[in-house]
Design a protein. Sequence first.
Length: 201
Amino acid sequence: MLAISIHEYAHARMAYSLGDDTAARAGRMTVEPWAHIDPIGALMLLIFGFGWARPVPVDPYRLRNPRKDMAKVAFAGPVANLIAAFILEVCAVLLFARLRLAGARWTYLSDILSLGARVNAALAFFNLLPLPPLDGSKILRVYLPYSMYDIWDFIERYGFLILMGLVYLGVVSAIIEPFIRTYMAAVYSVAVKLLRFAFPA
């Protein structure tokens, strides 16, 4: 829930910085989970481990450059999750190094942080897939020639069904898992270097 809240807050904050306060006026520019919960999406998350939040309302006509700014708003969510994953993993490594000295019963704290880091990374790369209604599709739309807009509008009508089918078949996890592993390995490497710098042997 926190990962989703960070994601939606980033959308709202970016839209606000680009001139659209629609989400802010709707009370969506917050990391409070209850502001972003979609009842069906939350139920799916609890039962199947896959869910969604209420989309942040954005009025493209209030943005300074609607076409490009919509892509920036879409990109802000995944970037925020990648930043959160980095912070959580660094904290997990630093905590593990300190808490393991206090006894094994405390090491679960670092495990929780590491799991939170992975969830944020997974949410980021999942949303970067160029399939409607994910953020990646909004980013891709900026670079599509106008001649393809009719085709893209047709794909958007069935995008959710296509996405669900790919999730069910395991295609989505097969695509994003290498990105998640690579990113988390890189973050872990940075975290270890920071640990050595902060607590030299």
